[in-house]
Design a protein around this ligand. Structure first.
Ligand code: GUN
Ligand code: ZN
Length: 622
């Protein structure tokens, strides 16, 4: 669900995830000009309610415009006064007047006057506030021209959040903040924050950008981005500085407790802890604010790199160790694995690193383990299973079992399992991500295999029945296809004479069925790539919409020439498709026009009107 995005306004492009430093126009700490020049800040947020009620400032803003009075050439978002109603009680504002004002002063994104739902609001109160928020969102989007942010409210009631998000998502908003979460953040109620964000995301779908209103501490960024949040606003950098607090990616430390700065930001590298303590109160506060902002940007950069290198789950697991409340949040996130799994590729280019027992709860891991538990059927019917203990083997396990496999297959009627840190895994899946592509510490425990038929050499052989079994490679075609494509794909792709072409290491390169090249093995995740003959077989035997992306006529023409599929032209996509899956591109008549790799899942293909839906590997000339 984490994503790198480009958010465009008439004042430039902002790469997300990103932070919007909060500027209080009456109390500027770091000037917007310095933010732009030194911190390379591309987007800030300020408060239109404060501007409007400050005599002099209001007229100046109306006359010169927001960018001029703040002296900031980038994108400026404005808030509406809702937060002030949370802090000071009801504010005297007209919802349309404040939106009109924001547009009049040249805001790039105006925020409606949503109604702040408190965590301890009763259901009735929260429901009414959601109703009002939706009504104001409808009015603002129908009466105003510019870009509008529509905050999602609903207190801690998941169904209210989901419903509010769904309704707002259908309105022409530019940005979807998740509101009403400041009290949760202030009290470290991160597990409830997870429920709020996830239910909002469920209702909103992949639309964005999503802004987490009031989240200013970098320790929350990895977790929030993992859930699909794109923007954060931060006034915390200055608020923390005023009370002597320094932010770090793993938490907060007060200057009075510090003996070392343990930071190399432009502020800290030019002083030390004693130097910092000797500064005047005002200067020190400024320096802490700058440090806090540098740390925030650094952590955003760290998160973006993690997205690109496919290591965000690891980063979240590491950061969660910094605070028990983050561990609670991570534990709560795992409860959403079935929803999150829809956005998760089956394989990744980077090996899975174990960071603790939580690693087994990642959606990608849960998916394959759940599949083995629920849907896997052993390839040889009514045959016993023999277990090998993977603990003393290298990976992929089967490569260290060539002797044993020679004795066993295909002369004996057996199925094979291997004991791994993930539990018992069918041996034919030993090359599939993350079974082979994972790193564990030596002490990690393997499953209990006492009551099973454990391989014990000759003794085991003598206890078995001879018969027509299956080779391990035939088992691979069956089981991997069933896991990767859908139930039944394995028998379709092995109905005939199978042949295998091997690489130098003994792994499979290509798979032929009745002399036609149907599959190749993807080196990095052990899954298959589909060749045209394989794709044709699957299309003929599996009813629509399985495995398919149906495209419009123009697109079909292009795709058949090998050009990529764009989301805008997708008519229908199968719900089983995951990003990076092998897919069949078909036209309106269900004729195959290309084989491709999906870049998005079904929901994303439906919602996005820009960008690539699938990368075509091979078109079929018509
Ligand atoms: N700032 C912090 N939380 C909120 C919120 O829920 N709504 C608005 N408009 N601003 C906020
Ligand atoms: Zn620093």
């Amino acid at each position: 669900m984490a994503r790198i995005g480009n958010f465009k306004s008439s004042h430039g492009t902002v790469e997300t995830p990103n932070i919007m430093p909060v500027i209080n126009p009456n109390l500027v700490a770091i000037s917007p000009r310095r933010l732009w020049e030194e911190f390379r800040t591309k987007i800030i947020i300020t408060n239109s309610y404060i501007i409007k009620r400050t005599e002099g400032l209001k007229d100046e803003a109306l006359e010169k415009g927001l960018h001029d009075i703040l002296d900031f050439p980038g994108t400026i978002m404005t808030d509406s006064g809702t937060f002030q109603s949370h802090v000071y009680g009801e504010v005297d504002l007209d919802p349309i007047e404040i939106i009109t004002f924001q547009e009049a002063i040249g805001s790039d994104i105006s925020t409606i006057l949503d109604r702040f739902t408190e965590p301890d609001d009763t259901r009735e109160v929260a429901e009414q506030k959601v109703k009002d928020t939706i009504q104001r969102a409808r009015q603002a989007t129908s009466e105003c021209e510019g870009s509008i942010a529509l905050p999602i409210q609903g207190s801690i009631y998941p169904d209210l959040r989901e419903k509010c998000a769904k309704v707002l998502g259908d309105l022409p908003g530019t940005l979807y903040p998740i509101g009403g979460v400041v009290p949760l953040l202030e009290d470290y109620r991160y597990d409830e924050l997870v429920k709020v964000v996830m239910s909002s995301k469920k209702g909103l779908g992949p639309k964005g950008p999503v802004h987490l209103f009031g989240a200013g501490h970098p320790m929350i960024y990895p977790l929030a981005v993992l859930m699909g949040c794109d923007l954060f606003d931060s006034s915390s950098y200055i608020k923390y500085a005023r009370r002597g607090d320094l932010m770090y990616p793993d938490g907060t430390r007060n200057i009075s407790d510090l003996e070392y700065l343990a930071c190399n930001c432009p502020v800290c590298r030019n002083t030390d802890i004693d130097g910092l303590k000797d500064e005047s109160d005002e200067k020190r506060t400024m320096m802490l604010a700058e440090h806090n902002l540098w740390i925030s940007y650094m952590e955003i950069g760290r998160v973006k790199q993690a997205i690109r290198e496919h290591s965000l789950w690891e980063l979240v697991e590491q950061r969660a160790r910094g605070h028990p409340s983050l561990l609670d949040a991570l534990n709560t996130i795992h409860g959403y694995w079935k929803f999150m799994e829809k956005f998760e590729p089956r394989g990744r280019r980077r090996a899975l690193f174990y960071t603790g027992e939580f690693t087994f709860n990642r959606p990608l891991v849960k998916r394959i383990l759940h599949w083995i538990e629920e849907d896997y059927s052993p390839p040889v019917k009514d045959a016993p299973s023999i277990v090998f203990n993977g603990k003393y083997l290298g990976k992929p396990y089967s490569r260290y079992l060539t002797k044993e496999l020679e004795y066993l297959l295909p002369d004996y009627m057996v199925n094979l399992l291997v004991n791994t840190p993930f539990g018992l895994i069918p041996l034919e899946l030993d090359g599939v991500y993350p079974i082979a592509q994972s790193l564990f510490p030596g002490y990690v425990s393997y499953g209990e295999i006492k009551d099973l038929v454990v391989w014990n050499g000759k003794e085991t052989l003598e206890s078995l029945e001879k018969g027509k079994g299956m080779s391990l490679d035939e088992m691979r075609v069956r089981s991997i296809s069933d896991f990767q494509f859908c139930k039944g794909a394995g028998s379709i792709l092995s109905d005939g004479k199978l042949e295998f072409v091997y690489n130098r290491k003994g792994g499979i390169n290509n798979i032929l069925l009745d002399e036609r090249h149907i599959l190749s093995v993807r080196a990095y995740d052990g899954l298959f790539s589909l060749k045209i003959p394989g794709a044709t077989l699957l299309k003929d035997k599996l009813p629509p919409p399985i495995l398919r992306i149906k495209v419009n006529d123009d697109s079909a023409e292009y795709n058949s020439q090998g050009k990529n599929v764009f989301a805008k032209f997708v008519l229908e996509a199968w719900e089983g498709i995951r990003p990076s899956d092998e897919v069949l591109i078909v036209d309106r008549n269900d004729d195959l026009v290309a084989v491709a790799r999906a870049m998005l899942n079904k929901e994303e293909m439906n919602v996005f009107d820009k960008g690539m839906a699938a990368r075509v590997r091979q078109g079929i000339e018509r």
